[in-house]
Design a protein around this ligand. Sequence first.
Ligand code: LLP
Length: 417
Amino acid sequence: MDFLHYQKGHLFANKIAISELAKQYGTPLYVYSADYITKQYLEYARALVNRKYLVCYAVKANSNLAILSLLAKLGAGFDIVSQGELERVLKAGANPNKIVFSGVAKSVVEIERALKVGIKCFNVESEAELYRINEVAKQIGKIATISLRINPDVDAKTHPYISTGLRENKFGISYKLALDVYRQAVSLTNIKIVGIDCHIGSQLTELSPFLDAADRILTLVAKLKSENIHIEHIDFGGGLGVCYADEQPPMASSLMKELNKKLVNYPDIELLCEPGRSIVANAGLLITKVEYTKHQDGNHFAIIDAGMNDLIRPALYQAWMNVLPEKESQNTDEKYSYNVVGPICESSDVLAYQRQLSVKQDDLLVICSAGAYGFSMASNYNSHPRPAEVMLLNDMQHQVIRQRESLEDLWRGEIVL
Ligand code: LLP
């Protein structure tokens, strides 16, 4: 995270002291860098010279309106998976014609709304969904533009919970059935085939699974062509990993260039991708305060005010995320190997295991790389209001982009009997 650094013993984000942010907005607090998000988006976009392309940011990674509007202004499209995400991106100023709709369980209401606003395409995940989209489109007098999400049965070599392109995963249409489903799509009155799509997993740190999936997709494209079924765009999905610890994923530009090369025989096909994590993960951090330290039975706990309710990745995927103290530790400081734990009444509420830290009550810690799947997966478990979110607009300026939830927010919509 190149915008985080120590200055005279204290941690700064750009030229802004972490302690100032904590003082002004309270903790736990999510903080994002607008410049970093812009840089990551452009890394994708600028690699695709001489090729029609659309980078569809995967909204699920972080769906704050400020982030969506920043990306919309840069020209991004969006990959959505629910009506909620659709309404968010529209509110943020997205062009409907740059929206692709993924997800295995699209409801009639969601399909109807997407057709009415005129999205670019549905990434269809099953035969049954194809027929439902056709029916809904017929009822409201629209033609639905679709792409089939193919499950290429490629091992993404990532955590099993975030691997999506294997035949046992619920996602996409089996590679074996793909041609047949395309043929069925041709025969449907209110369907127009525009693309083909795949997404094999998340936090991929090697190029090869992407390229293997691309080869399989291109084999299908050639077969479709021979049957006179023409594809206008290929969507290679998202999934590019980031560095949390010492991973060395390929650069977004290398991935895009390699995929572009694969399309050498298809100069007119538009290249789509759906990155989420790689755009926002390392743009974000979570500032948290140490409420207590506890030393007993040979264990050392730093008990912080952020928990698995605020950031579930460590508990859910055993994810390792870097933890930095706000006060730079000196060699002479007494350190312990701390388990950094939250306030939630679950033993899985551990944000980081075995970190050498020198901390005391009321000190601040920063959890790094928290911009993706952090706030968007946060909950009110144990009735904690969700944190505020702040955007660093430049080196010096910052702005709240989501208020901290109030206690009243916790029971909005509920009744006392
Ligand atoms: N497109 C589709 C259809 C997806 O399912 C996903 C992510 C993406 C794009 C974006 O993938 P990305 O570029 O962010 O890897 N909560 C997990 C990650 C779940 C990813 C789900 N799908 C985590 O925190 O690691």
